[in-house]
Ligand binder design. Structure first.
Ligand code: CA
Length: 223
């Protein structure tokens, strides 16, 4: 799952990005509102974290333009402490949550997980496909009760597939979830990750089905 972080304060942006990357998310860090607006229009994010005070275009405008385009990606606003009108304004514009500065990184991570649980997993703590279970808080897959050992890329591909049960995901869509803006998104690499995932799922009733020319779908043959 890929997160967009927009924060112009150099140290704060870096430390939040590091913390989220450390927790295993793919993170794009941008420093101004115009870049954020462009990225939100062209990329697929599971979540956006938007500072209110940004150069070139403020966080409220970025949010308003995002919702005007009909995008439902969850948005967490970072507001100045005590600015109640900012929070209300943000929520009215379609923000899903806000966090007042300064905040603890642990609180930010908890909010991020709560928003993702709501939007990606439909409020559930766990997502299941047959005997394959994904625990969002632990960010861990288990297969028939055994924890699956996955690289971060394999994990990102499997997260994208299990979050959309019964839906075919194209290689390009998967690449969009797996690679950040500063990386070369490769559809060929997705084939390799899928190949490795299939090896790790071997012997179970869970499989990744290929739809030629369309993409992949995760399914459990025994329901
Ligand atoms: Ca700022």
């Amino acid at each position: 799952m890929r997160i967009l972080l927009v924060e112009d304060h150099p140290q704060l942006g870096d430390s939040v990005a590091q913390a989220l990357k450390g927790a295993g998310w793919t993170v794009d860090l941008l420093r101004d509102g115009v870049s954020a607006d462009l990225a939100l229009a062209s990329e697929e994010y599971a979540l956006a974290i938007l500072d209110v005070g940004l150069p070139r275009m403020d966080g409220f405008q970025v949010l308003a333009r995002l919702r005007e385009r009909g995008k439902t990606v969850p948005v967490l606003m970072l507001t100045a402490r005590g600015e109640v009108k900012d929070r209300v304004h943000g929520l009215n514009l379609g923000a899903d949550d806000y966090l007042a500065k300064p905040f603890e990184l642990s609180e930010l991570e908890a909010r991020v997980k709560a928003l993702l649980r709501r939007s990606v997993l439909g409020g559930e703590q766990q997502q299941r496909c047959g005997e394959l279970i994904y625990d969002l808080d632990a960010r861990r897959f288990s297969l028939a009760g055994q924890v699956l050992s996955l690289t971060s890329r394999e994990q990102a591909v499997l997260e994208a597939l299990i979050a959309r049960p019964g839906r075919v995901m194209s290689k390009e869509q998967l690449a969009g979830q797996v690679f950040g803006l500063d990386e070369e998104a490769s559809a060929d690499a997705i084939e390799i990750y899928v190949h490795r995932l299939r090896k790790k799922l071997e012997g179970s009733a869970v499989r990744i089905v290929t739809f030629r020319g369309l993409g992949y779908l995760l399914e459990a043959t025994d329901g």
